[in-house]
Structure formats: C-alpha cells, structure tokens
Ligand binder design. Structure first.
Ligand code: LMR
Length: 333
C-alpha cells in the first residue's frame, strides 16, 4: 500500500512538473575556433542575441569561441554525435568528413570580390551544396563570410620562386595542398588553434589567412612579412545537427531561422571592415612588414597557381568547377 502511494505521488509530481525539457530552455551549443572579435565571432554573437530574443528565452545559445571546446576536425565529429548543436567551419574543412565539393571555394583567384561570391552562395549552386550536408547528419543554414586570404612568412614572399621549400600550414583541404605544391612549398595540415605556436616555434614557416584571423591570433607577432595577395577566400557554412534541428518545435525553429537570416546579413555586412581594421592594426603594430605586389608580380602568382584547376578537377569535379565559374561570370580557367 505504502509503495502504491509513493508511486502515485511520483506520477502526480511528474504530471504537475512535467518532463524537465518542456520547462527548461533549449540549449544550442555553438562551438567555433576563432576569436570573438572576428567576422564569425561577431555573427555568432548576433545570432545568439536574436535567437534568444525571438524565442522569448525559450532558446539559449552558448558560444564557445577560440577552440575552447573543440578543434577543427573534432568539432565536426562532435556535431555529428550531437555533443554540440551548431558550428560554422570554413568551406575548407568538410573534406575529412567526406564532402569535398566545398573545396571549390578554395581554388586560387576564383573569386574577385564578395559581390561575386554572393552570386554563388545565394544562387542554386549554393543551395545544392548545402543539401549535400544532409547525408552527413547535418543541416546547412547559411554562408558566412570571413574574407580574402593573404600570405605570411618569415621571409619576403614576392614572386613564385620565393615559395619554394617553404613550409606552410594549411587547412584540411586538398585544393589548398595542391595550391602550395604548385608553388613548390611544403604544405602541412594543422588545426587553427595550433598555428600560432607552430609559427612561433618554427614547426612551419608561414601560413595563409585573412587579416582578422592573423591579427586576433597574434600571428603577426611571429611573422616578419605578410604579402597582400588576396589569392583565396575563407568563408563558413553554418551547420546544425540535423536530428536536433528537425526535432525542434516548429515555432522555435522558425524563430531561429529568422535570427540566422538576420545574423547572416549583419555578419556579411561587416566582415570586410573587420579585415580592413585588422590590417590597419597590424600595420600600426610595426611587427610585420606588409608587402604589396606590382601588377606583374600579381600576374606571376596567378600563373603559378593556374595548374591547380587541372590538378584538382577529378577531386572537386570539373562540372562543379565549370558551374561555379559560370555563376561568377568568370572566364574559364
Ligand atoms: C583556418 O583554419 O585558418 C580558418 O578556417 C579558421 C576560421 O575558422 O576562420
């Protein structure tokens, strides 16, 4: 009898209180590898602010910047396992989980400016690429910008011959590997969070990145020279765990989608300024000499990297490269 009363009491308590999840906010853990004071860091903060506002606090976004939770490869695995719900890895980082198509964004000089990029990401090709993520247990929500990459090293990088034998840290993209091989360099895949130390200790000699990433990771303090090349682009795909996302109540998901749309407009509207400001700050620090190329030197770099298009055609897919170029309105490579 006593047991029966206890059981009835606990059932009543359950009915009154309800399952914990119905009462507590939905937590979105958003892990990323860069500093908060970067294009991605700021867009993530904006998403948090808007998602919490539009859902009246039913959603709580916890941001873990600067690889505090996971490094590059681990964060994608953690997302697939459901240990975190949201990430924004760069296009260059999806190869190791079996999606190499995003590496098309890594092709040298494929994007002259951000307006051209938008034609791809806002068009049918951009939508189709996001769909590829479904098969990996992810949903692609948006494209976020960082910006254009520059080269840095402890030696002056002016013409292609200067790159011979130089060890460069790269993201995990075969296109980037081919790019540095075309220059006669030695590429080495390394997680973003390890780059500063690798440059400082001489494990690698140089790296390629945007001004905002260089500045906020203090790479300029351990690199004597940086060359304005704008030879490639770093942007992000915002991804969520598909099961988590599909399982959200429809109104909450709709409000999060609205927050994501606005955070994307906000972030992409200020990324170029973030990078301009970082370049100014690097110049002001006086720690890195900034090298600007003449049109002839720029042309020589383009020519040296041109073979990459053929080298990676079978990996990325020639039809995909052609379609990308068509959408950007570029002449073929
Ligand atoms: C890198 O690894 O260099 C970048 O993708 C880091 C980032 O997220 O911007």
């Amino acid at each position: 009898m006593r047991k029966l009363v206890l059981a009835a009491a606990s059932i009543a308590a359950l009915i009154l209180i309800g399952p914990a999840s119905a009462q507590s906010p939905v937590i979105i853990k958003f892990s990323h590898v860069v500093a908060s004071d970067t294009p991605k860091g700021k867009a993530a903060e904006k998403f948090k602010e808007l998602a919490e506002k539009y859902t009246d606090g039913k959603v709580k976004v916890e941001i873990y910047p600067n690889s505090t939770l996971y490094k590059d490869k681990e964060e994608l695995e953690a997302l697939q396992l459901g240990a975190v719900q949201m990430l924004a890895p760069s296009n260059s980082k999806f190869g190791p989980i079996g999606i190499k198509e995003f590496e098309v964004f890594d092709l040298p000089y494929i994007l002259p400016d951000l307006a051209t990029l938008r034609k791809v990401t806002d068009g049918p090709l951009g939508a189709r690429l996001l769909k590829l993520l479904d098969s990996k247990g992810m949903t692609g929500l948006a494209y976020w910008d960082n910006g254009f990459k520059e080269m840095s090293a402890n030696k002056k990088l002016i013409s292609p011959v200067d790159y011979k034998g130089v060890k460069f840290r790269i993201q995990s993209s075969k296109v980037l590997e081919a790019q540095f091989r075309a220059l006669g360099s030695i590429p080495q895949v390394m997680a973003f969070g390890e780059v500063y130390q690798a440059l400082q200790t001489g494990v690698v000699d140089g790296q390629e990145n945007t001004w905002s990433n260089i500045y906020t990771q203090k790479m300029h303090e351990v690199q004597k020279y940086a060359t304005v090349t704008n030879h490639g682009y770093i942007g992000y795909v915002v991804v969520v765990n598909k099961k988590f996302w599909d399982g959200l109540p429809a109104d909450i998901r709709a409000n999060c989608e609205k927050a994501m749309k606005e955070a994307t407009t906000f972030g992409n509207g200020q990324s170029a300024k973030e990078n301009d400001d970082a370049l100014e700050a690097i110049k002001k620090s006086g720690k890195t000499e900034i090298i600007t190329l003449t049109p002839e030197q720029d042309a020589a770099m383009r020519k040296a990297m041109e073979p990459v298009y053929k080298d990676v055609a079978s990996r990325v897919g020639q039809p995909l490269i052609d379609e990308f170029l068509r959408e950007t309105g570029a002449a073929s490579h």
